[in-house]
Design a protein around this ligand. Structure first.
Ligand SMILES: C[S@@+](CC[C@H](N)C(=O)[O-])C[C@H]1O[C@@H](n2cnc3c(N)ncnc32)[C@H](O)[C@@H]1O
Length: 396
């Protein structure tokens, strides 16, 4: 990610963003100030218009950001190793939430195919019609027929699910509310988006009761130790999401992989401007009102909220660790070594690329510690390989 001037969108992209603006204006005709969370939902997910729903290239070099499955197939290989272990105890069905380009599904299914361990089914739940279209084309093109024949796309969570649910970088893409603490009078402000002089503008107003209650609960007494004007985010989508996942799952495991922190670090005094950020063509910036519909908007995940929401919904915490330790415990290095030592690998350049991928996935300064893995289970007995090296549950 490069932090400098943003490139100008081309004419087609600007015309698309104008259509998103017109759609937002329609929404604002009914409700002149949109809470930031509603705005974020519209600009990311409005059917056919939002960032994830429209036909733009989002992932990879030509897009706006790179996720772990996009950086290396070693990621999917290591997750497949974890799946094989779980399939010893529960039914071998997989449900991937928010599958992006389909790269993770390709890597997992190809690995399981090569090991003769294909799951009974691999379902994908994806709200974006554009991404479903891309996923179908890619999986059909890249997977062996017997692996592809097990894949299906769902429009809602299934009933009576037994198996493993995977969500890589999904919770960070859910809408958040932005709040600011006024320490002089103890009040909480919430960010709204309004139309002002024909332009989108930010407007701070007293927080709704629901947001204030969430601030009181999540920040607790430590709230008084934070600096004046402390800005942060409150995710109101994660709890209802876990309730619906719990209603769907009878027996199995949910693996959440995302960037974030336990709550004490998330709402730390020195994180005084929050975690909300935007990505446009690999440039990181802080203006969510810019180019609506053309850029990704994301916020870190409060993993204490994840475990609270999941356990309230009926899950048990099965493990919590860093992405690095989860992947290493699932044999990432041994796999990388085997790839590097393949006799058909001739050039040092290819060897270098593999070691670079290992670094990207595991180094603390890259994805290794910024990304964390949490396992949440229903009726699962066995301890999991991925959580054997480092257990961070005490930090939640
Ligand atoms: C940042 S992308 C990550 C994609 C992919 N998992 C990866 O790692 O490359 C977020 C994905 O989550 C999906 N998503 C967001 N909210 C969702 C929800 N409530 N249910 C299912 N998918 C969701 C988006 O459409 C998108 O595919």
């Amino acid at each position: 990610v490069i932090e400098n001037k943003l490139p100008m969108p081309d004419q087609d992209a600007l015309a698309h963003s104008q259509r998103v603006r017109a759609y937002l204006e329609q929404q604002m005709a009914a409700c002149p100030q949109l809470s930031f969370g509603d705005y974020m939902n519209h600009v990311l997910y409005a059917p056919g218009l939002g960032y994830y729903s429209a036909g733009n290239t989002k992932f990879g070099r030509a897009g706006d950001f790179v996720t772990a499955p996009e950086s290396s197939s070693l990621f999917g290989w290591s997750l497949a190793t974890q799946l094989v272990e779980v399939f010893g105890e529960i039914r071998a069905d997989v449900l991937e939430i928010g599958a992006g380009t389909g790269q993770l599904a390709v890597d997992i299914l190809q690995t399981l195919h090569d090991q003769n361990q294909l799951p009974l089914s691999y379902a994908i739940l994806e709200p974006s019609a554009d991404l479903i279209h891309r996923q179908k084309a890619r999986l059909e093109h890249e997977l062996p027929a017997d692996a592809f024949s097990r894949v299906s796309w769902l429009s809602e969570l299934p009933e009576n699910f037994h198996g493993v649910i995977l969500a890589n970088e999904v919770l960070d893409a859910m809408a958040v509310e932005c709040v600011r603490l006024n320490q002089s009078d103890g009040s909480v402000s919430q960010l709204f988006v309004v139309n002002s002089d024909d332009a989108l503008a930010q407007h701070w107003a007293p927080a709704s009761e629901r947001v204030r209650e969430a601030v009181d609960h999540r920040l607790g007494e430590s709230r008084h130790l934070l600096p004046d004007d402390y800005a942060t985010e409150i995710n109101l989508s994660i709890s209802p999401w876990f309730r619906s996942v719990a209603a769907s799952m009878v027996h199995g495991l949910v693996l959440i992989i995302d960037y974030g922190y336990p709550r004490s670090e998330y709402y730390a005094p020195d994180r005084a401007t929050g975690t909300l950020r935007c990505y446009y063509r690999h440039r990181l910036h802080e203006d969510p009102l810019l180019y609506p519909g053309l850029q990704d908007i994301t916020a870190d995940v409060d993993f204490t909220l994840v475990v609270e929401s999941a356990t309230e919904a009926g899950f048990e915490l099965h493990g919590y660790t860093t992405q690095a330790q989860f992947l290493l415990a699932n044999g990432l290095l041994e796999r990388a070594e085997a790839l590097v030592n393949r006799p058909e690998l001739k050039s040092d350049q290819e060897r270098f690329l593999i070691s670079q991928q290992v670094n990207t996935l595991t180094m603390a300064s890259q994805m290794g510690e910024r990304f964390q893995v949490m396992g949440l289970s229903v009726g699962l007995e066995q301890p999991l390989l991925g959580f054997q090296k480092l257990d961070l549950a005490h930090r939640l």
